[in-house]
Design a protein around this ligand. Structure first.
Ligand code: ADP
Length: 295
């Protein structure tokens, strides 16, 4: 376009010369033409810059969307791999244990131990299925919440003690629960919040370490926290872990079981109770997951 404009100016100057106009007039008209040419040049350049910027922004946006889709696809693939594995292994393990009890004449104590392990497997399976169903309900916006005035201190203590009894964790779980704290909660949701945070604390911590659980009411705020001495969470992952299917690392290198649904569910449920879920580093190592509610 700039070239075309240059040619038009040259042609117009030639026409003026052919018309036999005086040299002064030709100079004046030439200056006018050059001024117009300069303005056109500025206009074309700025339009060019705008066009290029839009093009670059468009390409960037398409690339970003594409990468997001790619990441989600990869995470869904990872989820399917891990969920298939996690559904199959407790079923296989429980089946084997029950077959052992059936086939062999075992002492009463041994029999009890094997059956307890089989129950543990079915509990694990139950928690996994609960998480998958809950995530599906959340996504389909059909998860319903029925809040009732509850003694939170008693409720949380009961959920944790049940869990310790069922799973007999290899870590010590220490409870520091202020008695008599009441809150309007949906019990099912809180069961899931407490269990998911406790299971993560245990899953990502070494044997014999301590998981501290606190429930406190202070300055009109109820705070529930789960602190572990585990591997901790790098700063650049602290936001992403709450995304659906997100797991730190890669499915091939990861050696812990999981689906990447737990924290996604916990965050949703906490927000449904107008609470805030946050994560920070524990000292000297590990993580602290904290849920707080204004009362
Ligand atoms: P899952 O545990 O099934 O993978 P979650 O949604 O519960 O899924 O957690 C997402 C990721 O966050 C986990 O894969 C793990 O990498 C990290 N994570 C969660 N809790 C902890 C914790 N207490 N310590 C260290 N890493 C954790």
């Amino acid at each position: 376009m700039i070239n075309l404009n240059n040619e038009v100016v040259l042609l117009k100057t030639e026409i003026n010369l052919l018309k036999g106009e005086s040299p002064e007039e030709i100079v004046i008209k030439g200056n006018e033409l050059n001024e117009k040419l300069h303005k056109r040049w500025l206009m074309i350049s700025s339009e060019g810059v705008v066009f290029m910027s839009l093009l670059i922004a468009g390409v960037y946006q398409v690339r970003k969307t594409f990468r997001k889709e790619e990441l989600l696809g990869q995470q869904q693939k990872n989820f399917l791999l891990s969920v298939t594995h996690e559904l199959k292994s407790p079923i296989a393990s429980a089946k084997l244990q029950l077959q052992t009890v059936l086939k062999h004449e075992l002492e009463r104590e041994k029999q009890k131990e094997i059956i307890e392990n089989a129950i543990k497997d079915t509990e694990r399976l139950n928690n996994l299925v609960e998480n998958i169903l809950m995530a599906a309900k959340i996504d389909n916006k059909v998860y319903s919440i029925h809040k009732e005035n509850t003694n939170l201190s008693e409720y949380i203590t009961a959920v944790i003690n049940d869990s310790i009894r069922s799973f007999r964790y290899k870590q010590k779980v220490s409870l520091d629960i202020e008695p008599g704290i009441r809150l309007k909660i949906d019990k099912m949701s809180f069961h899931s919040i407490v269990l998911n945070l406790l299971e993560n604390a245990v899953k990502y911590s070494p044997e014999n370490s301590i998981v501290h659980i606190h429930l406190k009411k202070h300055n009109g705020e109820v705070k529930f926290s789960v602190c572990d001495e585990g591997r901790g969470i790098p700063d650049n992952e602290k936001k992403a872990i709450f995304n659906k299917f997100y797991r730190i690392g890669n499915e091939d290198t990861r050696n812990t079981k999981g689906t990447g649904l737990g924290l996604y569910i916990v965050k949703y449920l906490v927000e449904q109770h107008n609470g805030i879920l946050s994560v920070k580093d524990n000292t000297p190592k590990g993580s602290i997951f904290e849920v707080s509610f204004i009362v």
